[in-house]
Design a protein around this ligand. Structure first.
Ligand code: HEC
Length: 186
């Protein structure tokens, strides 16, 4: 019992000094260890899989109007972090840790529609992925899921053509970074 108590006091003492002297580096430029990344990915995937069961019933996603509306939302709200076919990575994307995955990638496309819905609705704490539920209707979030399913089929030219057809701006919101000049060129 005494050993346990001494151990606990010692642990609290050491923890206090680790925190107080800033031994933990919170910099986004510092990568997590491989072990930490592995643990985080399991915690994340299980958390999403269990909670996604409560996502609202799925409407028909193969609907041209729905996909188009989803594209508009995606282009204005998501490309700064997740990029898009043929698009250069923005400074925001390049500076984020964890790096936002490209949503056309296999790792993202393997998720169920309910999981994608849940992620967009609730976001992911401590990653930079915002929750769009507080600002967007169920319909709008399903529109985004519908468009994400179309993303892998789009070539850079097709994506560009959609931006033009919808009269959206192709300008990077943050295209003024010193480091980014070379990659920002059209
Ligand atoms: C400020 C940056 C930022 C914005 C804006 C953003 N995201 Fe994310 N998103 C992230 C980050 C970072 C992750 C990775 C989290 C992690 O490591 O698991 C992520 C993860 C995701 C994932 C899960 C990928 C996977 O399978 O692990 C989806 C789906 C997603 N975002 C969709 C969207 C959509 C749709 C939008 C726009 C409506 C959006 N995001 C806007 C930063 C962002």
């Amino acid at each position: 019992m005494r050993i346990l108590l001494v151990g606990l006091v010692l642990f609290l003492f050491v923890s206090f000094f680790v925190v107080w002297f800033g031994a933990f580096n919170v910099a986004a430029t510092k990568q997590h260890s491989k072990l930490a990344l592995w643990v985080i990915s399991i915690v994340r995937d299980r958390s999403i899989a269990v909670r996604a069961a409560a996502s609202p019933p799925e409407p028909s996603l193969a609907d041209a109007q729905r996909i188009k509306t989803g594209f508009r939302s995606y282009h204005t709200m998501c490309t700064v972090c997740h990029s898009a076919p043929g698009r250069q990575p923005s400074p925001v994307r390049q500076g984020l840790n964890p790096k936002p995955p490209r949503l056309q990638s296999k790792e993202v496309q393997r998720r169920s529609n309910a999981e994608l819905y849940w992620i967009i609705q609730h976001g992911m704490r401590m990653t930079g992925m915002p929750a769009f539920g507080p600002t967007h209707s169920t319909e709008k979030i399903w529109n985004l899921v519908a468009f994400i399913r179309e993303l892998p089929k789009l070539s850079p030219q097709q994506y560009k053509a959609m931006v033009k057809a919808e009269g959206l701006s192709d300008e990077m919101a943050d295209a003024d970074a010193d480091q980014g000049e070379s990659v920002m060129a059209p």
